[in-house]
Design a binder for this molecule. Structure first.
Ligand SMILES: Nc1nc2c(ncn2[C@@H]2O[C@H](COP(=O)(O)OP(=O)(O)OP(=O)(O)O)[C@@H](O)[C@H]2O)c(=O)[nH]1
Ligand SMILES: [Mg+2]
Length: 305
């Protein structure tokens, strides 16, 4: 392996404060194949990156996700490192991220920020949000990943070409993580340092709006992977609501008061909730059978090759 076989992919939007230094740092580590995909920054980010010797491409659409998808199409190098341009990640840790990919042990390596982050790197809201999102993700997909939203990753070109990506904003990391699981890739996590954002560069992430988008992306994408989880959550909410109204109706009835509309509502809640579980079971069956068919076809294709 030659360092030129590794493309350092940096998405940027107004990161003039940090991009120059970041490119220098990667060069110091021996990586000269650097691709900056810029979202038409207005602070001279693209010019700085060019002056530092990076290949700069302007993105044609909007959002970090669109930029990444566009960049993946342009890359020919067999290995890719993706890293945010805001100077929160260390170039020297690229080697430990690449390790498992180069050794052929993993297709996709995630830099786990949540083990040794610097004080101030996460706001309290971001830290709690990240932990909740990871917990939700792990339960939904039945995996044990600690930092699916990390912006520092290493993977093979082959593995990224396999992913079907559509998300245009900050949901891109979620979608990449989900697709890796759907495509049965070997995903590993390596602890990395996470530094606070430079005071001169503003965040593009809105923790509440983007956090909500990320959560709903995880939920929507799980429908075809784990439908029991998808329908089960809705069913659970309705059954719990039914139990609450039901307990109220029964207590009132014991005191001699009959609540007819609320009794009807209770019945509807519980019937609807149970139906959701039945949908879940049926969908689960369909997904399992579909998976078996796909596996069979893949095995036959492999045998033919
Ligand atoms: N090309 C492109 N890059 C973007 C866009 N939005 C954000 N980025 C870059 O994507 C990287 C991650 O964005 P950040 O704003 O740092 O988001 P974050 O790291 O999740 O949040 P912070 O914790 O606030 O840093 C940075 O390098 C941004 O410049 C975009 O629309 N287009
Ligand atoms: Mg950042």
């Amino acid at each position: 392996m030659n360092n030129a076989d590794v493309c350092i992919l940096i998405p940027t939007l107004n990161e003039a404060a940090t991009i120059g230094e970041l490119i220098k740092d990667f060069k110091k580590e021996g990586f000269s194949n650097i691709l900056v995909i810029d979202g038409n920054s207005r602070d001279g980010t693209a010019q700085i990156a060019k002056a530092e010797g990076a290949r700069v491409v302007l993105q044609t659409g909007k959002g970090k996700g669109q930029a990444m998808i566009q960049a993946f199409e342009l890359i020919e190098s067999p290995f890719i490192i993706m890293v945010d341009g805001d100077g929160t990640y260390l170039a020297k840790e690229a080697h430990s991220l690449l390790g498992p990919v180069l050794e052929g042990k993993a297709d996709h390596v995630i830099g786990n920020r949540l083990e040794k982050y610097s004080p101030g790197a996460f706001t309290r809201l971001n830290l709690v949000g990240n932990r909740l999102i990871n917990m939700f993700f792990d339960v939904a997909y039945g995996v044990d990943l600690k930092d699916i939203l990390s912006g520092y990753r290493a993977f093979t070109l082959e593995s990224v070409r396999e992913l079907e990506l559509n998300k245009t904003g900050f949901e891109i990391e979620t979608e990449i993580s989900v697709e890796c699981i759907l495509k049965k890739q070997r995903v590993e996590e390596v602890p990395i340092t996470y530094l606070p954002r430079s005071k001169n560069g503003a965040t593009k992430l809105n923790p509440v709006k983007d956090g909500f988008r990320i959560g709903s992306t995880i939920y929507r994408l799980v429908k075809v992977y784990n439908p029991m989880f998808y329908f089960g959550i809705i069913g659970f909410i309705f059954i719990v609501s039914g139990l609450f109204t039901g307990i109220f109706v029964v207590t009132e009835w014991l005191h001699g008061i009959t609540r007819i509309p609320l009794s009807i509502l209770t019945t509807l809640f519980i019937i609807f909730g149970l139906q959701m579980f039945i949908f879940g079971m049926l969908s689960d069956l369909i997904v399992t059978l579909h998976r078996q068919t796909v596996n069979l076809i893949q095995e036959q294709n492999k045998r033919r090759k």
